[in-house]
Design a protein around this ligand. Structure first.
Ligand code: NAD
Ligand code: ZN
Length: 360
């Protein structure tokens, strides 16, 4: 069966296009549901971006904290907060949920928009196609580029039992606002690590067994843009390129899959709370056997950008926690199959994966 996948309905791209957000949202406001919910990374509190959020009368500005990557309990709390605010306004639902921030804030916006129309806890929907009812209209404004969260059909959440996305067609954003000016202020290291998420998406997609012409077309262009951004000197349009790389990288994996670095990074993240981009980078540096060319080029990027990867993460880890890490990574069958083929279990044994983790 071929995947018949849903994509974002509308994109606007260009420097300063964030100023159009109010006009873009206006048609979504109806007499019954006139209010927007802006889910904004609290790093922008008191910054100039705060003043530019196009709040109208009864709109809700929901500051979110992403020091930890999104958890299901946090999504549930935020959804309750939105419901309560809507009840106070005597509205059934908001007109839309708009996520402004990096992958974490965008994922929170996706998750809230889904949970406003689906009963229970967000943890109940971690998996594939478990969502029953369409989400509230939702839009994304990325302020960091690389994850591809702006185009993907998932919102990655850490629940009580697992780190797994809510994957569904309803998860996909209705609108994305790509304004390269918004990523200019991201801290240098964060920009690099989130950018490497994109680079690693491309390497894993392009070398995977699931590759097809669709994924290859997007993956090759995205990879070339990452090379321009991270191996060459910065130019005035570097952020424009990084934004498009993220979008194309996301489109590439939409029709293929990621691989070894992502599977192992999920284990690091679940047990040690390591964030996605940095976790991928830490793991990738040990994957010469799997991605020799990609890893060599990645090290050139580290050099060019003057980034020193953290080391010794697992130095004092207990055996129990190490086993959990191995379990979380090995749960991700499609990632391993994409990377290593149908017989992946013969290639990536528990011993081998444990040994790799111990070296990190
Ligand atoms: P992030 O959203 O976690 O943000 C990282 C840090 O950068 C935070 O401290 C944030 O406050 C700060 N930040 C963001 N934009 C900034 C800006 N313009 N200026 C200054 N600081 C800024 O980082 P990320 O790498 O974009 O996203 C990682 C998250 O995305 C993880 O939670 C991961 O699970 C998720 N993810 C989702 C998908 C998907 O398809 N849904 C794919 C990959 C990763
Ligand atoms: Zn990723």
């Amino acid at each position: 069966m071929f995947r018949n996948f849903k994509t974002v309905n509308r994109f606007v791209f260009g420097r300063g296009c964030f100023n159009q957000l109010d006009d873009i949202l206006a048609p979504q406001r109806t007499a019954d549901c006139p209010d927007m919910v802006f889910v904004v990374d609290d790093v922008f509190k008191g910054q100039s971006l705060q003043e530019r959020v196009p709040l109208r009368a009864d709109d809700l500005l929901l500051w979110v904290n992403v020091d930890n990557e999104p958890k299901t309990a946090y999504v549930d709390r935020l959804t309750t907060e939105v419901r309560k605010a809507m009840t106070e306004r005597r509205r059934a639902l908001p007109a839309g949920v708009i996520g402004i921030g990096g992958g974490s804030a965008m994922d929170l916006a996706k998750a809230i928009s889904l949970m406003l129309t689906n009963p229970g806890s967000s943890a109940d929907y971690q998996g594939w196609d478990l969502i029953r009812h369409p989400a509230v209209y939702h839009a994304a404004v990325p302020t960091l580029s690389g994850t591809g969260a702006e185009v993907s059909r998932t919102t990655v959440l850490t629940g009580p039992e697992k780190k797994l996305g809510i994957n569904s067609d309803y998860t996909v954003f209705d609108q994305v606002v790509l304004d390269p000016e918004l990523i200019a202020g991201a801290p240098r290291e964060q920009r690099f690590y989130t950018g490497m998420d994109c680079y690693i998406h491309c390497v894993e997609s392009l070398t995977g067994t699931y590759l097809n012409a669709f994924s290859q077309a997007y993956g090759e262009k995205s990879l070339a843009l990452c090379q321009e951004v991270f191996l060459q000197d910065t130019t005035p349009d570097s952020d424009d390129k990084l934004m498009m790389a993220s979008y194309f990288g996301g489109m590439s994996i939409a029709y293929s899959q990621v691989g070894v670095a992502h599977a192992m990074s999920y284990g690091l993240s679940f047990v040690l709370g390591v964030h996605h981009g940095i976790g991928n980078s830490i793991v990738f540096d040990y994957l010469d056997d799997f991605y020799p060319e990609g890893v060599a080029e990645f090290r050139q990027m580290l050099d060019k950008q003057g980034i020193a990867l953290p080391r010794g993460l697992t130095a004092n880890i207990t055996d129990d926690r190490l086993e959990t890490m191995v379990n979380v990574a090995l749960m991700l069958n499609p990632l391993w199959e994409n990377a290593l083929g149908k017989d992946w279990q013969q290639i990536m044994t528990r011993d081998r994966i444990r040994d790799l983790y111990r070296r990190m």
